[in-house]
Design a protein around this ligand. Structure first.
Ligand SMILES: Cc1cc2nc3c(=O)[nH]c(=O)nc-3n(C[C@H](O)[C@H](O)[C@H](O)COP(=O)(O)OP(=O)(O)OC[C@H]3O[C@@H](n4cnc5c(N)ncnc54)[C@H](O)[C@@H]3O)c2cc1C
Length: 295
């Protein structure tokens, strides 16, 4: 339960953190809220020589709506969007009036992550960079079609949520990059819901389904995006379900039919908590319930 010896750095600016990461490379690890990394250090699953604590970099903790004249506004982004600094905690997301009003899926999802202590320390950036296959926030950012900003020594780049999660604990971030910001769209006509099945209230998801749904005038599905977590080695977009819904009126039968495609093309995980069959069943049921609720 005692980590191996490491050298600790506590930069106060993003630039300083990038420079430290550039210097120590793969021997270094970034520390955000520590809600995943500290256990890994104590169990000696991770034993970095250098630990770079992002916790004092105030410029990475914010939730704001970049104005049209704002230098930070992306010219190619959606009509309205909200920018969230990677170091923003679950508690800040859950309590944000801006997000509650303009993108309620994120506060709704943050509210069911772990317990109060985890939500007070854990960060959105840490959750996404950690890429736990049962993490809640990845499902939400997938359904929101979020964009993630990575900054490294050679500048910044934007990564679509769909391209960010590569596998279990594996992301598109390069070893010398820091995840600094997450951009989510302002939800106007879209309704969004996150539902998770867990053994107990503060547990990781056996299955989690996030839905963003836009209905047309005739109540037919105009646009839909579904993020799924807990089911396989990485969070994914349920494109099979989405394809079956677009253009259809969302009667219960249409929803049931579409939800049956939730595990199409994925190898469903098996664990002591849920067999493949049970997890597949849960995924179908939760997809259906989330769609009904969004409708
Ligand atoms: C008791 C308990 C219950 C939990 N329950 C849930 C749950 O129900 N649902 C859920 O989703 N999660 C749960 N978690 C995990 C929790 O959400 C973690 O907070 C999250 O996985 C990691 O966020 P963090 O800020 O603590 O990151 P850390 O633990 O500090 O870091 C995690 C990893 O991400 C990297 N990293 C962190 N920030 C960045 C960055 N900005 N750029 C690049 N790399 C970065 C670190 O190097 C490390 O590899 C639980 C944890 C605990 C202890």
């Amino acid at each position: 339960m005692i980590p191996k010896r490491f050298e600790y750095f506590c930069p106060t600016s993003l630039q300083e953190a990038i420079s430290l990461l550039g210097t120590y490379g793969e021997e270094a690890k970034l520390l955000a809220g520590g809600q995943s990394l500290l256990s890994l250090l104590k169990l000696r699953v991770a034993d970095p020589k250098y630990l770079i604590d992002l916790g004092r970099i105030a410029e990475l903790a914010y939730i704001r709506e970049p104005g049209a004249c704002d230098a930070a506004a992306r010219t190619d982004g959606p009509e309205g969007e909200i920018a969230i600094g990677a170091l923003t905690t679950y508690a800040a997301i859950k309590g944000s009036r801006l997000l509650q009003g303009r993108c309620p899926l994120l506060p709704q999802t943050a509210a069911v992550v772990g317990d109060v202590q985890v939500r007070n320390r854990g960060t959105l950036g840490g959750s996404l960079a950690h890429a736990d296959p049962a993490g809640d926030m990845p499902a939400a950012v997938l359904a929101l079609r979020a964009e993630l900003k990575a900054v490294g020594p050679s500048g910044e780049r934007w990564i679509r949520a769909e391209e960010f999660f590569l596998g279990t604990f594996a992301t598109a971030l390069r070893p010398d990059e820091i995840l600094t910001e997450i951009r989510v769209p302002v939800l106007k006509a879209e309704k969004a819901v996150y539902l998770k099945a867990a053994r107990r209230p503060s547990d990781f998801a056996l299955v989690g389904v996030a839905v963003c749904l836009k209905l047309g005038r005739d109540q037919a599905c105009e646009e839909v995006a579904i993020g799924v977590t807990g089911v396989t080695e990485k969070p994914y977009r349920a494109t099979g379900v989405e394809g079956r819904l677009r253009g259809r009126r969302l009667e219960p039968k249409a929803i049931e039919d579409a939800a049956s495609a939730i595990t199409l093309g994925v190898e469903v995980s098996e664990s002591i908590h849920a067999s493949q069959g049970y997890r597949s069943h849960l995924a179908r049921v939760y997809a259906s319930r989330a769609l009904q609720a969004a409708r």
